[in-house]
Design a protein around this ligand. Structure first.
Ligand code: BGC
Length: 758
């Protein structure tokens, strides 16, 4: 289809109209020109296709579909291939249902455990979030269905989500909040990008030219269309000018008319409207030309796939005395309402109408396992009746092992509002304590989209984090608990002991409509590691029923330039007696740096399946970005010359292998030395240092150190050369005038000329 030719035939009214939705879920048709409307739908961990009663909050029904694990869970798999496969399944469902674009993945950073939508987001780490969402996009788009990576950007809270301004410095935005979007755009080219509701440093994302054009298109090369989050448009004309192509759902024609008026009044260039239409139609026709509604959609097969994926996402947090896996011939009491009706997804626009849900009780019984069930707490209200408690305790006593299914009820965690604390309902905590007292072999299985406090952690023997694992999560949990699947998930976020430990604690939510991201780049483990703070469970952590050893770390060279790549390899060995999957993680740290940097940052990971006794080599490629920080002076990535650590292991706190590599920068930062520059900064620049000899000599003389062999005896006794240097380093160069008098003026001037012409 010749899109340009098509747009050239459209009237201004038709073009303005195309820039907003026809209804909640469709782009507009232009019948006169044979342009049909196309459908977009929510997800992204399944298909939420609505029919007549549309809403964006998950209130009204949608067609029956398969609910896969949410992003909080899939990120824990540390397995991009797995999530790519899930994306392919989702793409097939969309083809079958004639849905052109699925609205996801959602990749905002899990800044605080409080964000209501954390369950939909991948991680506190931008690299992990980036790798996982890229794989998901590639999976969906391999089926010629579009994705809409969202919510661009800095949408890490639900509190005042449509009015708050996320205030962050350039470096924090570039290092923490942008990279997942950037990686996805560069490596997977999502068909669409959805802007967020919030403002960024005072400007609505939906009308921010820096965000939607300068960065997204000019820097990263985005080629698709930018769509507003549902109802995110404030000033539509400013939005078109900024690069927001499609407004969803619509403004009932009000904003379309404003676009027409602005063009007629000469306030908006019609070419920008043409451009938006071209971008929208490119995607519309990309779908139409590749539509395959005859693609089969096998719900049953996808249910099994969802179980398999969910099992590989579960994170074994504790397993004292190898209580797990459970013996298949022992009696097990399954306790807690979630054992029967699991919490497997969150509330809001991502809510899938699952065609079937498998709870753990049903799954265990289907396998003929000897289980009993007691509901214990109620999910409806924070209540544990005496009767239910007694029933749970006696079930626990009668069984060899007790497994309590617990976590956050729907009302605790949803799109649209935030959590107010990090605790589980009190009734669940009480139940766990009582069960653990009744049976020393107590296991807790958790369903939650982000960290919870675990006041009972010392009293239970095992904990399995199942996150929101999709409609087959009960089946997956039984497979893992009984050892049919060896757990291999690792935490995509840190679990602090308490909310107050979280780096954003003091600022999260903000004041009124202003939320300052004051912790800067120190999000999650970047903060806990730098502070050497104990956490309940660290980022990247996860146990297995077998054990792994890491050895033989090798770097392709011990020194590179920042334009080179470094290859890192290591050996992972299964030292236990069961087959299992290990997750090798690679972190890079700048040993000494001018900017304040985290101790280590994840820059590579790799999941490998190993038979008992088997060893495999894993390898990683590091490039400039692996070592760089965002330099606000040059507005670019920059590597400071020096030594870096390369650490490998299986969590941010278990990194047995470490080597150093030297990285030489090939970019010189601009120099602007003035009389106010201090000695320390001038001497830190190798070229500047080289021409400082005379000036330094003069300075030393002023302080009584007349020559290289040491100056006067009295002065030497009072203060050594090292002490003089240590004191002098914070002095501005103009200090030579204050202490050496007017005579030194000529020397200072000469030095500055030399320095600034380097
Ligand atoms: C959500 C989006 C969603 C859209 C459409 C909005 O409220 O923030 O994630 O895709 O509604 O339902």
């Amino acid at each position: 289809m010749d899109i340009k030719a098509l747009v050239s035939q459209m009237t201004l009214e038709e073009k303005a109209g195309l820039c907003s939705g026809d209804d909640f879920w469709h782009t507009k048709a232009v019948e006169r020109l044979g342009i049909p409307r196309t459908m977009v739908s929510d997800g992204p961990h399944g298909l939420r296709k609505q029919s007549d009663k549309a809403d964006h909050l998950g209130i009204n029904d949608s067609i029956e579909a398969v609910c896969f694990p949410a992003a909080s869970a899939t990120a824990a798999s540390f397995d991009p291939d797995l999530i790519r496969e899930m994306g392919e399944a989702l793409g097939d469902s969309c083809q079958h249902e004639r849905v052109s674009v699925v609205l996801g993945p959602a990749v905002n950073i899990k800044r605080s455990p409080l964000c209501g939508r954390n369950f939909e987001y991948f991680s506190e780490d931008p690299y992990l979030a980036g790798k996982m969402c890229t794989a998901m996009i590639q999976g969906v788009q391999s089926r010629n269905i579009g994705t809409s990576i969202k919510h661009f950007a800095l949408n890490s809270q639900e509190h005042r989500r449509m009015s708050s301004s996320s205030e962050a410095d350039e470096r924090t935005i570039r290092e923490i909040y942008f990279p997942a979007f950037e990686m996805a755009v560069k490596e997977a080219q999502p068909w669409t990008v959805m802007c967020s509701y919030n403002k960024i440093n005072g400007v609505y994302a939906s009308e921010d030219p820096w965000l939607l054009t300068e960065v997204l298109r000019n820097e990263w090369g985005f080629e698709g269309y930018a769509v507003s989050d549902w109802g995110a448009v404030s000033d539509r004309v400013a939005g078109v000018a900024a690069g927001l192509d499609l407004e969803m759902p619509s403004s009932g024609g009000v904003n379309d008319r404003k676009i027409v008026e602005a063009v007629r009044a000469g306030k908006l260039d019609e070419k920008l409207v043409d451009q938006a239409c071209e971008r929208i139609l490119n995607i519309v026709y990309r779908y139409l030309e590749n539509a395959r509604p005859d693609t089969p959609w096998d719900l049953e097969a996808q249910h099994e796939q969802a179980a398999r994926i969910a099992a590989d996402c579960m994170v074994l947090l504790k397993n004292e005395g190898n209580l797990l896996p459970l013996a298949k011939d022992g009696t097990v009491a399954l306790i807690g309402e979630f054992a029967e009706k699991p919490r497997f997804q969150g509330g809001g626009s991502s809510h899938i109408n699952s065609f079937r849900t498998t709870g753990a009780v049903e799954a265990a019984k289907a396998k003929g396992l000897q289980v009993t069930y007691a509901p214990g707490y109620s999910v409806e209200k924070d209540e544990l009746t005496d009767e239910r408690l007694a029933e749970a305790v006696s079930a626990a006593k009668a069984a060899k092992t007790a497994v309590v299914f617990a976590g956050l009820p729907d009302s605790y965690e949803s799109e649209g509002y935030d959590r107010t604390h990090m605790r589980m309902p009190e009734c669940q905590n009480r139940l766990i304590e009582a069960v653990a007292e009744a049976n020393p072999n107590t296991v807790v299985v958790l369903h939650n989209g982000s960290p919870v406090e675990m006041p009972w952690i010392g009293k239970v023997k095992a904990v399995l984090e199942a996150y929101l694992g999709g409609q087959a999560v009960g089946e997956a949990a039984i497979r893992v608990l009984y050892g049919d699947v060896n757990p291999s998930g690792h935490l995509p976020e840190s679990f602090p002991y308490q909310l107050e430990d979280n780096p954003s604690f003091l600022y999260y939510g903000g004041e009124g409509n202003r939320t300052e991201y004051r912790e800067g780049v120190f999000v999650g483990y970047r903060y806990y590691d730098k502070k050497k703070m104990d956490v309940l469970f660290p980022f990247g952590y996860g146990l297995s029923y077998t054990s792994f050893a890491f050895s033989n770390l090798r770097l392709s060279t011990d020194s590179i330039r920042d334009t080179d790549v470094l290859t890192v390899s290591a050996t992972v060995t299964n030292t236990g007696s069961r087959a299992g999957k290990a997750v090798a993680q690679l972190y890079v740290g700048d040993i000494e740096s001018t900017p304040l940097r985290p101790l280590r940052e994840l820059k590579g990971f790799c999941k490998v399946m190993l038979q008992p006794g088997e060893s495999r080599e894993v390898s990683f490629t590091l490039d400039k970005r692996s070592f760089a920080y965002w330099n606000e002076e040059i507005h670019d990535w920059h590597v400071e010359t020096g030594d870096f650590t390369v650490e490998v292991g299986d969590s941010s706190r278990n990194l047995p292998l470490c080597m150093k590599v030297r990285v030489e920068s090939t970019t010189e930062l601009p120099r602007h030395f003035t009389a106010d520059s201090i000695y320390l900064d001038v001497m830190a620049d190798p070229k500047a240092k080289a021409i400082m000899t005379d000036f330094m000599k003069k300075t030393m003389e002023i302080f009584g150190h007349e020559n290289e062999s040491g100056g006067t005896e009295a002065a030497k006794e009072a203060i050594s050369d090292e002490m003089t240097m240590a004191m002098m380093k914070y002095m501005p160069l103009r200090g030579i005038l204050s202490f050496g008098g007017a005579d030194s003026a000529g020397e200072l001037e000469k030095l500055l000329q030399q320095l600034n012409s380097l």
